[in-house]
Ligand binder design. Structure first.
Ligand SMILES: Cc1ncc(COP(=O)(O)O)c(C=O)c1O
Length: 365
């Protein structure tokens, strides 16, 4: 199921609010191309680099062609970059495309899903629609994954463990050594899928990609976040070739749903580390501005290792999301631990200054 379908299936709540059931996140209803400040969907506010834009425009001259030759080329580029072979690489129309294939894979076999709550749950939600059981394990008090409880659950109900690290919508990360130990143990019972959509934003990003030497481990990543290509729809993943082969059976000519411009652009984006460094640095600056404001206003928040932050709006007297929307700003909201939280995606430094100004006005009103 792609994002368009989620949105068309989303519930239209009162006062123009769209509830995305799979994400458990409420967002104000809007159309693309509007003039809102969009701080609700964890998009990259800096767009993409000049180099990437150029490659997009060049690729426009070849949109009459299928992307067949580009598929192995990108796989080889990714394999080289991450020191694996092309057989370990999976490509999808966004990492959601790969999640769809994992859902299909799971539906062909026995087994339950174990994941955290809250987390990015489109995969478990999709499987649940087909009657597949998901065990949601509440985060620990420090808002990080409860890996011990997840291990105990998957031992009892083997199948698939889906881990989003750093976790969306919470923004916390688990220590890599703990995660490695968990993967080693959990794969004795289940397949383990690690979603690293936001890893680049962490202070000390440590990927689990090297663990795909284990036939039951997969890591997925995306060009949608730090690379700024959400609208282009391209994501990638790494698995042992046995699992990668199995998954490709559920993908039509694996890679074909991805458009040819997406291939050129993704290849150019991979080569543009300066842009990635720039985005990460600006994201840190924006977060620092938000945190300073939250502290001043004495608003509780969860320290974030990502491009978004969760803060407590339970004490806000009216509908925070609608008040923000009326001021031209889109944010998401989320229920967690019996409280209402705002999930704020980082904008540019200027956008975030605008947001904190409005937040301060509303909070003090
Ligand atoms: C944790 C996580 N994984 C996967 C995705 C899917 O992203 P895409 O399909 O754009 O790669 C998202 C999107 O927000 C996400 O937050």
């Amino acid at each position: 199921m792609n994002r368009r379908n989620w949105i068309s299936k989303a519930t239209l709540g009162s006062t123009g609010v769209v509830i995305l059931p799979h994400l458990g996140i409420a967002m104000p209803k809007t159309n693309l191309g509007d003039t809102y400040l969009r701080l609700a969907s964890n998009e990259n506010p800096y767009g993409c680099s000049e180099q990437v834009k150029k490659s997009f425009l060049t690729s426009a001259t070849a949109i009459n062609r299928y992307a067949f030759p580009a598929i192995p080329e990108l796989k080889i580029a990714l394999a080289k970059r991450f020191q694996l072979t092309a057989e370990n690489i999976l490509l999808g129309a966004g990492s959601s495309g790969i999640l769809e294939a994992v859902a299909q894979f799971m539906l062909q076999r026995e087994g339950d899903v174990t994941t955290a709550t809250p987390t990015f749950d489109i995969l478990p939600s999709m499987l649940e629609k087909f009657g597949r059981k998901t065990h949601y394990i509440l985060l620990k008090q420090d808002h990080t994954l409860d890996l011990d409880a997840m291990l105990a659950k998957t031992k009892e109900h083997p199948g698939l463990v889906y881990i989003v690290n750093p976790n969306n919508p919470i923004g916390t990360v688990v220590a890599s050594q703990e995660l490695r130990q968990f993967i080693t143990e959990a794969t004795k019972y289940s397949h383990v899928l690690i979603d690293e959509a936001y890893l680049e934003f962490c202070d000390n990003p440590e990927s689990m990609i090297d663990m795909v030497i284990n036939p039951r481990v997969m890591v997925i990543k995306t060009f949608s976040k730090v690379y700024g290509l959400a609208g282009l729809r391209i994501g990638y993943g790494f698995a042992h070739k046995e699992w990668a082969n199995e998954l490709e059976k559920f993908m039509i000519f694996a890679g074909l749903p991805i458009s040819s411009p997406a291939f050129s652009v993704a290849t150019a984006a991979l080569d543009d580390q300066n842009f990635v460094d720039f985005v990460v640095q600006k994201n840190t600056e924006s977060k620092a501005i938000v945190v300073e404001t939250l502290r001043k206003l004495e608003i509780d928040y969860i320290p974030s290792q990502t491009s978004f932050i969760l803060f407590d709006i339970s004490k806000y007297p009216t509908e925070f999301m609608m008040d923000m929307k009326n001021k031209g700003i889109l944010i998401g909201t989320r229920d967690y631990l019996g409280k209402k939280w705002c999930r704020l995606s980082m904008g540019t430094v200027e956008e975030i200054k605008e947001f904190t100004k409005v937040l301060t006005e509303l909070w003090k009103a």
